[in-house]
Ligand binder design. Sequence first.
Ligand code: ZN
Length: 334
Amino acid sequence: MPVLSYIHQLFHLDQCQAYIHTLRWQDRPLQCPRCHSHEVDPWGQYHYRPGCKRYRCTGCKRTFNDLTETLLHQSQRPLAYWILAAFLLCLACSSRRIAREVGVHVRTSYRWCWWLRNAALSYEMQRQLEGTVEADDLYHTAGQKGQAHQGGKKSLGRRARGRRKKREPGRGHYDKDRPAIIAWVSRQGAVVLQATRDFTVKTVQKAADLAVRAGSRLYTDSASSYRALQGYVHDFVNHTKKEYARGEVHENRAECLFSLLKPYLHVFRGISKINLPGYIGFFPCLRNFRQQNAFEQAELILRAALDPAIARRAKKGEFVTCFDHFDLLQTAIN
Ligand SMILES: [Zn+2]
């Protein structure tokens, strides 16, 4: 038996290429990614990339292939690397782990992970819950990890926080390195997670308007920000009075979601608050497609990554509902 270091050495190059070709053009007509003309002719193949079909557009007279303008465009790595990376991402591996298992540099896998995660977020953009929805909030410690301005050894301007530092009492806030995470869980199964700067009435109202359709039934705990919500049929349980369920009224699904979210976030060993919305955004993608296995989820992500329109926005991170995005929405309402 030969000794192999990486599992993708068993993948067949032509099969990978044919698979990506199918994913790319399956439900899209063959068209030029630059001028969107449908007048295209086959134009040979690449000697260094066997199986990759090349086409020529009669409109703009330029050639393109299956990967042009997608996230995989001009990648020096074989397709098998990408397929395996997407699969491992759906198993909630860290980018360092993916770098080791795939055999690429850590920076490469970090970039791929963010691109693929952002592409996956495109499935969650329009999601709005309805029916009976439970909500709960969590504060996650997230600091300045990896955010050196000038590169090199970063000066924190403070003493290192220490992972095990005891948290300050009371609610967290973005400025205290503990942003809030709000979970909305439909009793039909779909979930929406949002990372917000704080947990004020205004923020929670905005978050609810985005995540839950008006008029839905909402079950929460007794936090005053939830009680001030408008536009929903609202009921709550009072945890301070040791009341956790009153018939139909409880938020155990939301609590359960957090018990799954915490080990997911723990894998990344401390998260920068800049990146928190991205990690938080990807978790519902895994959760909402949980009936499928990891490879089927990876296929969904690759399909999004092979769409030029999604790829362009994913590279810029436009699908991430970042903190500033929330603030902008708030100012638009005021
Ligand atoms: Zn063209």
